[in-house]
Design a protein. Structure first.
Ligand SMILES: [Zn+2]
Ligand SMILES: [Zn+2]
Length: 355
């Protein structure tokens, strides 16, 4: 019904390969490549279907592994999560080790004992030019390269000392990165036939690391801390995949490519409960006059035409709730959050009238 090919204005987009009537479900993005429910909400949001009820803690947990930081609304959601997300039981031990490390870091903070790397990497006079950023990452990689990693790093006192106390949002980032790294590890010996769930499919998305760091320089420090945290705690067999390149790949692609997991029904009061990356859904570009509506259905993203689409026309969604904003506000928001100047037909017409 549509194909992904280069656009005339840069990057790739989805183009109709036939006339498509209004109301056609053109794509379902089924399982996120990686996703995280934010720490503040995770007891109230089902880890499988993302069902959310304010102030209601879901009761269903994984059997025997209550410390993985996952809550489910039903046993069937728990079973489906296991089948889809962790059939080989590699992910849950990693999520558990993250939660154990969080507990260790919190205890250390309370007793005011600091870890080995609790100083800042990014000093006030740091230059954010790309070369300096590369050099800093090389320095960090050199610091943490260790041959003392064991099967269970948290049992090793030296490594335990390296566990950084992170901010809540950094723990969320660490979980998001960890899920992606487990997928990469699994792929190393078990080739997936579904391109959207492969690291390659994921890394085909554009990284916005530089744009992100330019906009929010403090995130560089944060990204480094996430890397060091994961390097200290990830099990030995995953260590070869915990590289600065891979961690940066995930964090750089989350920006501008992630879909917020919004409370439903969606309105201006909805809470953002988490973040998910669906590579197949990320090829829909933005337009302020979109012909496709993106809706969340449980954990799936559905893409449905909102008007009749001609053969060859690009299929576009709206990235945020901005369609009622005036043109300049939309332009500013898209530049700030998604790093591009919107040249859609509506913006072009409205900017011409405003000039
Ligand atoms: Zn559920
Ligand atoms: Zn526009």
């Amino acid at each position: 019904m549509f194909e992904i090919r280069p656009t005339t204005y840069g990057g790739r987009g989805c183009f109709a390969t036939c006339a498509i009537p209004r109301g056609t479900l053109v794509h379902i993005a089924t399982t996120p490549f990686t996703a995280v429910i934010f720490r503040d909400f995770r007891k109230e949001v089902c880890a499988y279907c993302f069902a959310y009820e304010i102030n209601r803690t879901w009761k269903v947990r994984l059997r025997g592994t209550e410390s993985a930081g996952l809550w489910f609304c039903s046993e069937s959601c728990r079973e489906q999560w296991v089948n889809e997300e962790d059939p080989s039981c590699e992910l849950v031990p990693v999520l558990e080790v993250i939660e154990q490390a969080v507990a260790i870091a919190r205890r250390k903070l309370q007793s005011a004992k600091t870890g080995e790397y609790d100083e800042d990497f990014v000093h006030e006079d740091f230059s954010f030019e790309s070369d300096a950023i590369e050099k800093l990452w090389e320095h960090v990689e050199g610091l943490v390269t260790s041959n003392s990693v064991t099967a269970n790093p948290l049992r090793n006192p030296t490594l335990k000392n390296r566990v950084l106390a992170l901010e809540d949002i950094e723990y969320d980032s660490a979980r998001l990165v960890a899920v992606a790294i487990v997928r990469l590890y699994l792929e190393s010996y078990n080739t997936s036939t579904v391109p959207w769930f492969t690291w390659n499919g994921f890394s085909g998305l554009e990284s916005h690391e530089k744009d992100l760091i330019n906009r929010l320089p403090a995130l560089l420090e944060s990204h480094i801390r996430v890397f060091i945290f994961l390097k200290a705690i990830m099990p030995k067999k995953l260590q070869p995949f915990v590289t600065t390149a891979n961690v940066r790949a995930v964090l750089g692609r989350e920006s501008a490519n992630a879909f917020g997991i919004w409370q439903l029904p969606l309105n201006s009061e909805s809470e953002c409960l988490g973040s998910s990356i669906f590579p197949s859904g990320s090829y829909f570009n933005h337009s302020c006059d979109p012909n496709v509506i993106k809706t969340r259905n449980g954990r799936q993203m559905h893409f449905t035409t909102s008007c009749a689409v001609r053969d060859g026309e690009e299929l576009c969604i709206s990235y945020g709730m901005m369609l009622k904003m005036p043109v300049q506000a939309r332009q500013n928001l898209l530049q700030e959050q998604w790093y591009f100047k919107c040249g859609c037909s509506r913006c072009t017409a409205e900017l011409a009238t405003a000039a």
